[in-house]
Design a protein. Structure first.
Length: 318
């Protein structure tokens, strides 16, 4: 089968289209004929060996897939060959076939496009997890609001009754962010962006900041985090960390926390999935997808890293 692998760490040029052996599922796994594989900043960081773990090379990228079950192991329950599903995996998604533990599988409706389903699997569930602290009437600042997670965060936060401030890096993206429901769009590449946040909140600052850029922008967030407010960090698209002053948090009773969907409880995941499917059934969410053929994985990575996309980026396969 065809697969996109890395044989050494580095830039997008290191993504190689290989012919490899089709995987065989074990007793607790299903074999999925892949239709769409999600691309995330985590993939680009792993490609550069900047992620939370270092894989053995060569390695097939891809943490999420959507497709059709082709075979199932002996212990698999409540799933059928031929069923349309989503799955989270520990690599192997950029390929014509992938194996996944059956306990990570989410069935998808026949009328839900595979690309959109892939966006909902990680980005949608992450968005709902990030909004756990949000209360109606609060102000939320969402960074990278035109991205895969950000675009869903804007819509879901608005549904939950928040005042939404969304940042992006261009006028075109900001126009889209506002069309999705943001009350205010802010260009975070401008030096005075924190002043715009304060102006939009009457000097108070945002009650909840959703941060995934890192570096200097991460540090600047403290200028516009309200007293008693919370900043939730779920990534670092810039590839740069930032320091936090413990005494600074004490002064205004602020909180900084991390969020990683991989550590979410099964109960919450089930509840989030049910909520997302309800939004989709009622046409309350616009799911934006950028599709690239498997063979164009390098172009897809370059587009994501170059901030040239809005919404979810996926590889289409088979």
């Amino acid at each position: 089968m065809k697969a996109i692998r890395i044989h050494e760490f580095g830039g997008a040029d290191n993504l190689r289209l290989d012919e490899i052996e089709k995987p065989t599922p074990n007793a607790d796994e299903v074999l999925i004929r892949t239709a769409a594989a999600g691309i995330n900043f985590a993939d680009t960081m792993l490609r550069q060996n900047k992620y939370m773990f270092t894989p053995e090379l060569p390695f097939t990228l891809g943490f999420e897939v959507a497709g059709i079950i082709e075979a199932a192991g002996a212990n698999v329950r409540n799933l059928q060959v031929g069923q349309r599903v989503l799955a989270t995996i520990r690599g192997g998604g950029y390929a014509e076939y992938a194996v996944a533990d059956y306990r990570t599988i989410v069935p998808i409706p026949d009328d839900l496009d595979f690309g959109k389903a892939t966006a909902l699997l990680v980005q949608g569930l992450t968005a709902l997890g990030l909004l756990a602290d949000l209360k109606a009437g609060q102000t939320i600042l969402i960074h990278a609001a035109a991205g895969g997670v950000g675009s869903l965060l804007v819509q879901l936060a608005k549904h939950k009754g928040a005042k939404v401030l969304g940042t992006a890096s261009s006028a075109e993206k900001l126009e889209k962010v506002v069309s999705l429901g943001a009350d205010v769009g802010i260009n975070y590449t401008e030096p005075d962006w924190t002043d715009e946040v304060l102006a939009a909140t009457d000097g108070k600052g945002a009650d909840l900041i959703i941060e995934m850029v890192g570096g200097e922008l991460g540090r600047q967030n403290f200028k516009c985090l309200a007293a008693g407010g919370t900043m939730t960090v779920y990534g670092a698209a810039s590839g740069e960390d930032f320091q936090i002053s413990a005494l600074g948090l004490l002064w205004k009773m602020q909180t900084v926390k991390g969020y990683n969907l991989n550590y979410e409880s099964r109960e919450n995941m089930a509840a989030f999935t049910k909520e997302l499917m309800s939004h989709i059934a009622e046409n309350r969410l616009e799911v934006m997808v950028n599709e690239f053929p498997l063979e164009q994985a390098k172009d897809a990575h370059n587009a994501l890293e170059g901030r040239k996309t809005m919404g979810k980026v996926v590889l289409t396969i088979n």
